[in-house]
Design a protein around this ligand. Structure first.
Ligand code: SAM
Ligand code: SF4
Length: 352
């Protein structure tokens, strides 16, 4: 699909159920480019117990709690999304483990007819105690962020996080069976790029997938992103210089990571090149912000306000129609190559 066919829609704030055309409810939602959208990434809170340098500014202002969807509102959206054909949910943040009643929320989401898979992206600081109950409630697996194996550097990049707690969280996730475990590192030039070989070497000992993410220029960190971005191609070259040619495992459909293996390793490597080599053609996802907006493309500002509709009394069927409409107007892809940067929200409000 070329850039000529990109949908261009303005950021939306509110869609009255009466304003939108009626969408058939007997087939799963597809966007105007024919992409089947069945994966909802749900931000449970914009708050966090770390302040990663590439994610949020030090003086981050958080949303007042009444702005966030409460559990009933959130579960209404999940049921409506499932009716529209969404099958996979990922809980994210901010830090999702800070959400009160997380275990009960997971149980309720897992019990929603149509939802087949529920995963979570977390910094793991609270997994030591939560991993087992979350697994018991139906969580299938976790992605854990870990940018450095050096406690000092980790503390510096996360502005205060404890690497020891993260390791305890990873061990708890393994013990609970939240597998396959995926670990994520955002690589920032001059901060942790010298460590990529060491991080990749974890896959020689463990069956984990270690994923390297290019830093994206979201609100609050665009300066760092512009100077710090280091391409996946450069990372692969550095890792190959240490271990020899990587074995390509291809690209599972709609997984943004291009996957490789160090020959003979039990684990895998993944490279997420949102900036230098976007994967919009296979996009299958939308995001729900903690304040109840459907965010249509990670790196664009377009949103549809579900919270307003719900607080105006919309039924589940009406919320499903708004979700189907949001899928229909989902933009083709981001505008970074044309210098168009998102301005509304930072990554901690979108969940990655
Ligand atoms: N707090 C959880 C965590 O860190 O895993 C979940 C939320 S966090 C926003 C989700 C993912 O986004 C993490 O893997 C994080 O490393 C990544 N991330 C944050 N800021 C980013 C940026 N500017 N560019 C690329 N990835 C980013
Ligand atoms: Fe918090 Fe995750 Fe953002 Fe780090 S990346 S500040 S852990 S939300």
């Amino acid at each position: 699909m070329s850039n000529d066919t990109m949908a261009s829609v303005m950021p939306l704030t509110f869609v009255e159920p009466q304003q939108i055309p009626h969408y058939h409810t007997d087939t799963p939602a597809r966007d105007s480019f024919g992409r089947r959208i069945d994966y909802l990434r749900v931000s449970l809170t914009d708050r966090c117990n770390m302040r990663c340098v590439y994610c949020m500014p030090v003086n981050m202002q958080f949303m007042p709690r009444p702005e966030l969807l409460n559990n009933d509102e959130l579960l209404l959206v999940i049921r409506a999304a499932a009716a529209a054909g969404f099958r996979k949910i990922r809980l994210t943040g901010g830090e999702p483990t800070l959400r009160r009643d997380l275990v009960e929320l997971v149980r309720a989401i897992k019990a929603t007819p149509g939802i087949e898979h529920i995963a979570m992206t977390t910094n793991a600081l609270r997994l030591r105690t939560l991993a087992q109950p979350l697994k018991g409630a139906g969580l299938d697996r976790v992605n854990i962020s870990i940018d450095s194996l050096d406690p000092q550097k980790f503390r510096q990049m996360s502005r205060g996080g404890s690497l020891e707690e993260v390791w305890a969280g990873i061990e708890a996730a393994v013990a609970a069976g939240l597998e396959p475990i995926k670990l994520n590192a955002v690589v920032v030039r001059g901060m942790n790029d010298e460590e990529v070989v060491q991080l990749a070497a974890l896959t020689l000992q463990h069956k984990w997938e270690f994923r390297f993410i290019e830093v994206m220029p979201l609100t609050g960190v665009a300066g760092l992103a512009n100077e710090g971005v280091i391409s996946s191609a450069e990372l692969i070259a550095r890792i190959e210089a240490a271990f020899g040619p990587l074995e390509s495992l291809g690209h599972a459909s709609s997984d943004p990571a291009r996957r490789y293996r160090i020959p003979g390793a039990p684990g895998k490597l993944g490279f997420i090149s949102s900036v230098t080599d976007p994967f919009c053609a296979t996009c299958n996802r939308m995001r729900l912000t903690a304040d109840g907006r459907l965010h249509l493309c990670l790196l664009r500002d377009d949103e549809v306000d579900l919270r307003a509709a719900i607080r105006n009394g919309a039924t589940q069927e009406q919320v499903e129609q708004i979700i189907r409409h949001a899928v229909q107007i989902k933009p083709w892809g981001h505008g970074l190559p044309d210098g168009i940067l998102p301005t509304l929200r930072g990554m901690s409000q979108l969940g990655g």
